[in-house]
Design a protein. Structure first.
Length: 371
């Protein structure tokens, strides 16, 4: 059974998702701004939910069509095969968004979509009323330039919620973005890994999980596990397959520090919940006294900046301190994410490579130093 899927994602990491999808056996992989489309079977649905490090969620693309009037919207929704996924007792709430389109009232779009799905399912099941007491099949509409995509969410809670971070400091980085930073920095299972402004430890933990090749969703549940149309054994098989890929990274070591003692305690607890506390050493320290204990290292950090914690002047002072502490030397690479276009001037040297990423809604650059 071939299924069409959509993965919404943070802007800037579409290519990373496309790459991991191809490795997982996905077909017809197409990257667009903020999302990646692909196709596959039930096993791939479960596999991507369990294994993807960068996806925000996995959605079934029920269908797409153009609509500029509410009548076109109604008929387009009603023509789709909702009965393929939604049973007689299933719940099917509706939400979504519309941008750059003739139809812009999300409340009206929501109501019309719900009515059309009810009419379609009513005609298929021969009922006039749905009590919706069964598993939730969240319907999501996405309308962009009058093109309507109708989707069903399979993930439930966002895939960035791995389950290990019950506590965080004041400005935590999203797990999916932390994993992306590790990937573009080419972090390997044999590297010595540093984050001298680690906060609640997310970047280090994602790096350690990557080093062990632990599937990020291995210990959590997903909405589609309750879908009657998907065999329960699919999830069991894919979890077993994911666990079989785990490895022991004998040469991997990670070192985290932060000026805030409370953040370090939170980071230690998060690492323990993630099962990687044996790979990460945490200490309270100011970045200005950063002194690595290994000859080589991969350093990644998400320093506080104006829109998060510090004002512009404080940021410039911090960046200058970092530039002095992060010495240019053989065997070292540094990746620093910041929204400040003047970062390089304050840091003291031009990046060898820059990559545009978004931290939530904040446009940032990953400044990469490796030469």
């Amino acid at each position: 059974m071939s299924i069409n899927f959509v993965i919404p994602c943070l802007l800037g990491i579409e290519s990373l998702i496309a790459g991991e999808l191809k490795e997982m056996g996905a077909e017809n992989v197409v990257s667009e701004n903020g999302r990646v489309l692909f196709s596959g079977d039930e096993n791939l649905l479960a596999r991507v939910n369990i294994r993807s490090r960068f996806a925000e969620r996995v959605q079934i693309l029920v269908g797409s069509f153009e609509a500029r009037t509410f009548e076109e919207l109604f008929q387009g929704v009603k023509a789709l095969e909702w009965e393929r996924w939604i049973g007689k007792t299933d719940a099917f709430p509706v939400k979504g968004y519309s941008i750059n389109s003739t139809l812009f009232s999300t409340r009206d779009i929501q109501a019309i979509t719900k009515k059309a799905v009810v009419e379609r399912l009513g005609s298929k099941y021969g009922v006039e009323w749905f009590d919706e007491t069964g598993p939730v099949h969240q319907i999501q509409f996405a309308i962009n330039k009058d093109v309507v995509s109708m989707l069903i969410d399979t993930s439930g809670a966002g895939l960035h919620k791995r389950g290990y971070r019950t506590d965080a400091n004041g400005a935590p980085i999203k797990e999916t973005l932390a994993a992306a930073l590790c990937s573009i920095s080419h972090l390997k299972p044999y590297h010595k890994f540093y984050d001298p402004m680690c906060g609640s430890g997310t970047i280090l933990i994602e790096g350690a999980l990557m080093a062990k090749n632990v599937a990020p969703g291995i210990n959590r549940n997903f909405a589609a596990e309750r879908f009657d149309v998907i065999d329960r054994n699919v999830w069991k098989d894919e979890r077993e397959a994911a666990r079989a890929l785990e490895r022991i990274p004998n040469d991997f070591e990670a070192f985290g520090s932060d000026i805030d003692p409370q953040s370090i305690e939170i980071a230690k607890a998060n690492a323990q919940r993630a099962g990687v506390d044996n790979l990460i050493e945490f200490n309270v320290a100011d970045v200005k006294v950063f002194s690595p204990s290994t000859e080589r290292g991969t350093l990644i950090c998400n320093p506080p900046y104006g829109e998060r914690m510090l004002d512009i002047t404080e940021c410039e002072v911090l960046y200058k301190t970092m530039g002095e502490a992060f010495e240019k030397k053989r065997g070292w690479s540094y990746t620093i994410i910041s929204p400040d276009e003047e970062f390089e001037n304050a840091f003291g040297r031009k990046a060898d490579k820059r990559r545009k990423l978004y931290n939530g809604m904040i446009k940032c650059q990953a400044y990469m130093y490796f030469k």
